[in-house]
Ligand binder design. Structure first.
Ligand SMILES: [Zn+2]
Length: 226
């Protein structure tokens, strides 16, 4: 297994590191990104923890390639803000003929295009608990209607929920077509199994990081990379 560090949007004020972890055998590509929204700390910390696990050799990729971008919008993250003037997650291309409307979403989409991931996980945090209020997105896995990953998401949600004693923290599946989001771009244009992971940002931080991390490991296992 090897892990290499590169820079996304290099030579710009948006420059941010990303990591490529390669297994010895060939296999599927998975891409995991966090920090498209700079203030969703639970997801950013989980992505960083994942990088550290590989660097410390506590976790190993057996086959395939994993690309991790722990803090997409570093400028927003440093200010603990969702974004600067625009919501970055509305600036991704909506068709293959379109280009992204922001230098950072453009760089991230180019990276996805280069690796053509089978799986794409976009880590976020949201308000509320979906289990208590179906309109809330906290504790959900979201994909686009018709995405072929739906049965696998149901499986992962069931496994997650059976390990969570507090029922109000249970995860739910949501199907949404969010135009201009990275998930929709990667699902529609690159035909990836694309998922947004949302933990509830009002829960204890350690708990949120643990939920995110556990979900990531379940995806890595399910896709055969771990
Ligand atoms: Zn978000």
């Amino acid at each position: 297994m090897s892990i290499q560090r590169f820079m996304l949007a290099e030579d710009s004020s948006y420059a941010t590191p990303y990591y490529v972890v390669k297994g010895k055998k060939s296999g599927p590509n998975m891409m995991i990104v966090a920090g498209i929204h700079g203030d969703e700390l639970g997801s950013i910390l989980a992505a960083q923890k994942l990088v550290h696990s590989f660097q410390a050799k506590q976790m190993h990729i057996h086959k395939g390639t994993l690309i991790i971008v722990p803090i997409v919008n570093k400028r927003a993250y440093l200010k603990r803000k969702r974004g600067d003037s625009v919501d970055l997650n509305r600036t991704f291309p909506q068709t293959s003929a379109q280009s992204a409307k922001h230098p950072l979403s453009s760089a991230l989409f180019q990276l996805a295009k280069r690796y053509k991931p089978t799986w794409y996980l976009d880590l976020h945090e949201a308000n509320g608990l979906s289990q208590k209020n179906p309109k809330r997105l906290g504790q959900t896995l979201i994909t686009n209607p018709g995405n072929r990953c739906v049965p696998k998401l149901r499986y992962i949600i069931n496994r997650m929920n059976s390990s969570i004693e507090n029922r109000s923290h249970h995860f739910n599946l949501r199907l949404r077509e969010k135009k201009g989001s990275s998930r929709t771009a990667v699902a529609r244009i690159l035909k990836a199994q694309a998922v947004t992971v949302e933990t509830c940002w009002s829960l204890n931080r350690t708990l949120r990081v643990n939920y995110q991390y556990e979900i990531i490991t379940r995806f890595l296992t399910k896709s055969g990379l771990l």
